[in-house]
Design a protein around this ligand. Structure first.
Ligand code: ADP
Length: 264
């Protein structure tokens, strides 16, 4: 009868509410877990450059004091080497803080774009040159195929940041094998791919590496805040483009960036 029907309806409503509560509860738990994990990683990452920075500065301080005491001048080579090491650590810290600031800007919807004509091929070539010394450090080669100019209206610094993120990751996770960058025009879009032959990404992780704080390799060996690809995707989408990845564990990854040539 209708009473039975009402009871069934009521029961169904309760089941739906219970499922919804469980879902929200798990989401909340996930958010808390992610936040706690992130705080741990962030503190660790910020501390890592601080230790060598402090040691270097202390060393320079001791040497300067010694020079003052003995009247024997500090050798410019020693000074220069010490400052180089210290500055490198300061740059690492600044990069980390910049990334954190970018995330809060993006979350608050306050990322501004300054559009101008940019040649993606020239920009890629500049970055490949800039990254060649680090490639040597990683023991790999960095190759560029950009046969023709591909000019679009983009925010130069933001596009540079995106390509820098992809290159940094390709070297970092590239297992010392060759990295290849390609730039081409495809209809009304520019396409840039960064291909490595490194550790690759497990299929179940492909969906979440563009999320905030997500890192597929929890292995501390690689370091990192898990913000680079999140920032990358936000910038690319703000420019009306897309970024995607195809990858096979142990075989390497290819990140493909596409940007419309016209203003977003
Ligand atoms: P991270 O600072 O951890 O490198 P990213 O946001 O740049 O953060 O990348 C997120 C995660 O995606 C990385 O932790 C790594 O697990 C994975 N990843 C990114 N690029 C590559 C790549 N080229 N090869 C393999 N894994 C990658």
């Amino acid at each position: 009868g209708s009473e039975d029907l009402e009871m069934v309806e009521e029961l169904a409503r309760r089941v739906v509410a219970a499922v919804e509560n469980a879902r929200l509860y798990h989401q909340g738990q996930d958010a808390v877990r992610l936040r706690d994990e992130f705080l741990g990683i962030a503190s660790h990452e910020l501390k890592t450059p601080l230790t060598p920075l402090r040691l270097r500065l202390q060393m320079l301080q001791r040497q300067t004091e010694g020079a003052l005491r003995t009247g024997e001048p500090l050798s410019p080579e020693r000074l220069s080497e010490g400052l180089d090491v210290a500055l490198r650590q300061v740059r690492k810290l600044a990069d980390l803080v910049d990334n954190l600031l970018d995330v809060s800007r993006i979350t608050a919807g306050r990322m501004k774009l300054e559009l101008e004509d940019v040649d993606l091929a020239a920009l890629a070539s500049e970055l490949v040159s800039r990254f060649t010394p680090s490639a040597v450090q990683f023991g790999c080669t960095l190759e560029l195929h950009a046969p023709a100019a591909v000019v679009g209206r983009w925010d130069r610094l933001r596009v540079e940041q995106v390509v820098t993120n992809l290159l940094t990751n390709a070297l970092k996770y590239g297992a010392g094998r060759p990295v290849v960058v390609r730039v081409e025009g495809v209809g009304e879009r520019a396409r840039l791919t960064v291909q490595d032959h490194g550790i690759g990404i497990a299929e179940e992780d492909l969906g979440r590496i563009f999320e905030r704080f997500e890192r597929a390799v929890s292995d501390r060996h690689y370091g990192g805040l898990g913000l680079g690809l999140y920032i990358t995707r936000q910038i690319v989408e703000a420019l009306g483009g897309t970024v995607r990845v195809s990858s096979r564990p142990g075989m390497g990854s290819t990140f493909t960036l596409e940007l419309p040539l016209g203003a977003p």
